[in-house]
Write a protein that binds this ligand. Structure first.
Ligand SMILES: [Zn+2]
Ligand SMILES: [Zn+2]
Length: 269
C-alpha cells in the first residue's frame, strides 16, 4: 500500500463522514447547543489542523507504515504464532480498540495525562467537531502507543488502516449532536458506541465523565464495569463540559492548546 493511497483513503473517509454528520446534526439536532457552533468551530477545527501538522512534522512513520515493516520482518505475536491473515485482521482491529479503551481510561486517572485529555472534555457542547478536538500532545502519545501495539502484536497493515478509518469515523459519529431512535439506539449499543452513549461521558458530573470510555466497540465498558446507560439528569437535562474553562474566551485555538499548562478556574459562561 502506497502512502499516497493511505492518505487518500483516510482524508476521503474523514471528509465524507464529517460532512454527513454535520448535515445530520444541522437538520435534526439532539439538543440545543449552549455556546453554539460559531464560537466553537474555529478553535475545534484549528486544533485538528495543529494535530495534523504535529503528526506530519514530528512522527516519521505512520502506524500503517510500521505494520508493513513488521509484516516484512515477521515481528509481533500474530506473525510468531502464524495466525491466518483474516483472523489477524479481525483480532488486530479488536485488540487495537482495547488498547485505545485502556489508554482513554488511563488518561482519565493519571493527573498529568488528564490535563491533556480534559481539553477534549472542556467543550461546553458536543457535536461533530468535539470528535476531532484532542490536544496535539494527546494525539502524539496516542500514536506512539498505537505504533508500539502494532509492532508488538504484528497487526496487518490493512487492519491498522481499517481501525484508523473506523476510529475517526466513529469518533465523529458518537460526538455528533444527533439522536438515534431509542429502540435503534438500544440495539446499536451492542455493536458500536452511539451518540447517546458517549454523551454520558461528557457529563459535568465526574462519576459520569469516568464512564463509557469506548470509542468504537461498546463491549469493553460492559466487560470492565465502566458502562453507564444514561445520565442521572436525563438526556436533555445533562450539562456538558467541565466545571472549569466555561468562559467563551476559552474557546480560542490559543486557549485550547495552552489549556493543559494552566490552573485557571473560569466558571462563568
Ligand atoms: Zn474522556
Ligand atoms: Zn468524547
Amino acid at each position: 500500500m502506497s502512502p499516497t493511497l493511505e492518505i487518500a483513503v483516510r482524508v476521503g473517509c474523514y471528509a465524507v463522514v464529517f460532512a454527513g454528520m454535520a448535515l445530520w446534526e444541522w437538520r435534526a439536532p439532539r439538543r440545543h447547543l449552549v455556546a453554539g457552533r460559531r464560537p466553537r468551530w474555529p478553535g475545534n477545527l484549528g486544533v485538528l489542523a495543529v494535530d495534523i501538522a504535529a503528526v506530519r512534522l514530528l512522527v516519521p512513520a505512520t502506524a500503517v507504515g510500521v505494520a508493513l515493516i513488521a509484516g516484512d520482518r515477521g515481528w509481533g505475536l500474530f506473525n510468531l504464532i502464524g495466525l491466518p491473515f483474516w483472523l489477524a485482521i479481525a483480532a488486530g482491529v479488536i485488540a487495537l480498540d482495547l488498547v485505545i479503551y485502556t489508554q482513554h481510561f488511563v488518561f482519565h486517572h493519571v493527573p498529568l495525562l488528564w490535563r491533556l485529555h480534559r481539553m477534549h472534555h472542556a467543550d461546553p457542547d458536543i457535536d461533530v467537531t468535539t470528535g476531532v478536538r484532542f490536544h496535539p500532545f494527546e494525539i502524539l502519545i496516542s500514536l506512539a502507543i498505537k505504533i508500539a501495539a502494532v509492532a508488538a502484536l504484528g497487526v496487518p497493515a490493512v487492519a491498522v488502516l481499517i481501525f484508523e478509518v473506523l476510529l475517526n469515523a466513529t469518533s465523529m459519529f458518537n460526538h455528533s449532536n444527533v439522536a438515534l431512535p431509542p429502540r435503534i439506539d438500544r440495539l446499536a449499543r451492542w455493536i458500536v458506541v452511539t451518540p447517546q452513549m458517549h454523551q454520558v461521558h461528557h457529563s459535568i458530573v465526574r462519576e459520569e465523565t469516568d464512564s463509557n470510555f469506548g470509542f468504537n466497540l461498546p463491549w469493553w465498558d460492559r466487560l470492565f464495569g465502566t458502562y453507564r446507560d444514561r445520565p442521572a439528569a436525563g438526556e436533555q437535562g445533562i450539562t456538558i463540559g467541565l466545571p472549569n474553562f466555561r468562559d467563551l474566551s476559552e474557546l480560542t485555538l490559543w486557549r485550547l492548546v495552552t489549556q493543559p499548562f494552566r490552573n485557571d478556574d473560569h466558571t462563568s459562561m
